[in-house]
Design a protein around this ligand. Structure first.
Ligand SMILES: [Fe+2]
Length: 198
């Protein structure tokens, strides 16, 4: 099973009136992110579509990758009491803004250690606020990648990052997730399978 699937959804995703620059972004050295009001960032039909699929509230992050920037390698979770906690193991991402699209990479750890927190090392460095844990490039090996230039279901509990190869333009993305998630990755795969394009 790939860590991603390209989707063709029957709805327009992004609200035309939504201004990404209006969102307060969490200040990280690279690749900032923030939290949007789903009713402002999504079209009404997209909000209804995802509420239906999620059987509950929709949660939408916004990601902002500067021209030429590389997102830190991370999983979408936090270490709490020595355990990795990933409340939402997957997301549906909708990118726009860069002419040369962002490429997403998934990585395997080169060195497995017996000291595991969830599936991952406790001692992985957390260099950037909001990206926890973080891996250095020499600690991991990329095994899968795809250009995320369309709505895409992505796995976010495997170490991953995105590189914006566009030398001029910011790469924006809405990252749509259930507010309260009840689906593991393989279940999310089934949930969205009717919409797969490849
Ligand atoms: Fe992520």
């Amino acid at each position: 099973m790939k860590p991603y699937a390209k989707l063709k959804l029957p709805v327009e995703i992004k609200n035309k009136n939504f201004i990404p620059e209006s969102v307060d972004l969490v200040q990280t050295p690279k690749w900032q992110y923030g939290f949007t009001n789903p009713r402002e960032s999504l079209t009404e039909e997209a909000y209804e579509f995802f509420s239906d699929i999620f059987k509950g509230e929709v949660y939408v992050q916004i990601h902002c990758g500067g021209a030429g920037d590389t997102m830190p390698i991370h999983v979408d979770g936090r270490i709490r009491d020595g355990k990795m906690n990933c409340p939402r193991p997957w997301a549906v991402n909708y990118p726009w803004g860069s002419n040369v699209s962002g490429k997403m990479y998934w990585y395997k750890e080169k060195i497995a250690t017996p000291e595991l927190a969830g599936n991952f090392q406790v001692n992985a460095t957390s260099a950037f606020k909001g990206y926890c844990p973080g891996w250095k490039l020499d600690e991991v090996e990329a095994y899968e990648s795809t250009i995320v230039d369309t709505t895409t279901l992505i796995n976010i509990i495997i170490p991953h990052n995105v590189i914006n190869y566009d030398p001029i333009n910011i790469r924006w993305a809405l990252s749509i997730r259930p507010d309260v998630n009840q689906w593991e990755w393989d279940e999310a795969w089934q949930l969205f399978e009717p919409y797969f394009v490849e």
